[in-house]
Design a protein around this ligand. Sequence first.
Ligand code: ADP
Ligand code: GLC
Length: 486
Amino acid sequence: MTKSGSAVKVLFVTTELAPFSKVGGLGDVAGSLPKALRQAGVDVRVVTPAWPGVLERVAASGVKTTTIKTKVYAAYDWRIHSATVIKADVKGVPTYFLNAEDYSGDMYPSQLNYWTASPFAVFCMQALELKDAIEWEPDIYHCHDWTSAFLPCALAWHRHYRQRGDKSIMTLHNVAYQGIFEPSPFLEASGLEPWSFSSSTMEFYGQVNLLKGGIVAATAVSTVSPTYANEIQTYESTRELSGILYQQRSKLRGILNGLDTKFWDPAGDKAIPAKFTVKDLKGKAACKKELLARAGFDTETNAPVIVCVSRLVEQKGFDMVFNAAHQIAETGAKLLILGSGNDWIENGIMKAAEENPGSIKLFKGYDEPLSHLMYAGGDIFLMPSVFEPCGLSQMISMRYGTVPVVREVGGLRDTVFDVDRPEGGNGFTFLTCDSDGMMWALRRAVERYNNDKAAWKNIMLEGMKEDFTWNKSAGLYKQMYEEINS
Ligand code: ADP
Ligand code: GLC
């Protein structure tokens, strides 16, 4: 509540929004947390760029849109950048898509420099200008990752916006991506005061670091799990940025992500061939059969099916997987991986699949329906992340009765608990960041699956019964909003 007793008004500023634009978990969070926040009594609205294909996907989903009469304008690089504002009601959340020339390229650039970073700065300034066009003024701007980190920087250091005294929150979904590039000609073009480029603000070893600027400038900072909130203050985790995070720790908190548990629900999922529930697991066998058929594997096998659904990037620890490919195949288990990303990881997995035909298979690409079949048809979900701010995949897999095997790091540590602890758990975990560590946990899982079906069913049920809703965390976000708004 605000001082006047009305709901606190929050504008969610995000460059990904599931199901219209999603690269990873940020898209899922932006597509589900606002709905939970509205249910908790926060007047939250969402603004996001209309990247290529987004408005088509909105139309295809049946969501109705209206074009707002007034455009938004932002001054950047001595030019006025305008955007048309398309309003939609997405599951009860007022959502504004900004349609402009600036967002006509790839969603995320492979190389960051002044030109490729500019659309993100423009987006933040257009978000700051939105209030007049929609006749609704937020109390707080809630930004996510480096792609909207320019907004807190503008509120603190921009010649024009710093006069407004508005509040902002910076949520860190992944500190590995910081938005680092050459300062020239960005500083001139951006309208930031020249003194904003100092070691105590957004300067970082001679470069601009938007995330650093956002962290320093924001009124409050949060990240997506309590463990990651601690880890990022250490040099081992975030290198040069760890000192800044340590300095800023009094305004940093960790709030665990939740899931859209209606969307990720084996009892109602339209993308899987048979539904199942905690009380009736029968449908899961049909999903496994279909998945094995998709892989071209024997559908009658008794072997456990290990699945991975992931961006194929260094963070996710796939070198541990392909280095242990023969050992995994020797356990008798099948390994199915869905993902795309770095060539060296794709090549490593492809080689492992070629050397272990009938045991290992890579589905290359991003495929939402297939991801549902993987979660539903798998027995074991493997996620050996090197670091993991929160991780949603392990939670999704547990919803579908697929037992996670994960490294004890970040949000994985806050959500997966080893079954062999005295108090029991919902999965298998390991600490050492290498293939041996991973195989130690994976072998325990495969053996348990093969030799103790009753124990295995209990582990599955333990995961399926976990509360992965946003309810608790939405309350914590609301508390943060109210604290900084008082
Ligand atoms: P991250 O955000 O680091 O990628 P998360 O576990 O938080 O990891 O979220 C990943 C999300 O992206 C999950 O919803 C997962 O199902 C989805 N995902 C990742 N890779 C793919 C893929 N190749 N095809 C479909 N969905 C994918
Ligand atoms: C990032 C992280 C992931 C987290 C997601 C949503 O992409 O890598 O761990 O779950 O953001 O917060």
